[in-house]
Design a protein around this ligand. Sequence first.
Ligand code: ADE
Ligand code: ZN
Length: 319
Amino acid sequence: MPLPKAELHLHIEGTLEPELAFALAARNGVELPHADTEALRAAYSFSDLQSFLDLYYALMAVLRTEQDFADLADAYLARAAEQGVRHAEIFFDPQAHTARGVPLGTVVDGLGAALARSEERYGISTRLIMCFLRDESAESALETFEAARPYFDRITGIGLDSAEVGNPPAKFREVYRRAAEAGLRRVAHAGEEGPASYITEALDVLGVERIDHGLRCLEDGELVARLVREQIPLTLCPLSNVRLRCVDTLADHPLREMLDAGLLVTVNSDDPSYFGGYVEDNFRAVRAALALDQETLRRLAANSFRASFLDDRRRAELL
Ligand code: ADE
Ligand code: ZN
């Protein structure tokens, strides 16, 4: 039985399995450049973050209707339940859809419909986090933020993702300020491919409460001390880090070193369809590669609830 856990770093578009991609392509009359699911899977070989993002954005062409987004989220939740997930904080990339002419309401209503049924169907509580594409302009993020106001009852927080290097957190100062004012929670990808200074900037300029990845904090001892002192959660994604070549092999992953340093780290799947596994698969992979004992795995699972945006009552229930 997989340990009960929360998943805190999961891009819903990154859960699009080849089989569903082809089913949606047929349903929507979208032509994919790959012959079949096997050929598509064969394209899942990445040299860095950008080479993954190119395919990730291209495949989103099959997502068009509210039903598509509901089916996508429902398929993830069914898989997550099998992997012991009891709570999921789910990212989505509104700009990647609105730029293709899919209205924001279609995305939120579709995802929202699946999420609304999640506790009853799968025993998984959920939160939705809207991410801004950091390689798009600050103005585009602000426009997206304002367009999303009618949906804030279903959106818990904001995040920042896509191509990191050259797109520092400070570029998005204003949208994070508005999000704080609106009472939204704030997270950001930082220190995946980008330098440790982006983590510091995300904390100081954007006021984020959690860092997505944060791997490269290890290059700055003072930052590590601060992250430990303030118990800022880091949402690590080990299989993603190997596939995107942030680490050479899983055996080289600094997860154990980070735990030993007292960092509040969690294990997550990022884009499970692309990176070879859902969250329990990540747990199993690090257990094997880093020889983690059961107590350490339990600590990682407990960290996931601690680092979540759950209310205290459900957190206590799950811990
Ligand atoms: N979008 C989807 N997955 C991502 C990742 N690992 N890093 C940055 N942006 C992403
Ligand atoms: Zn991510």
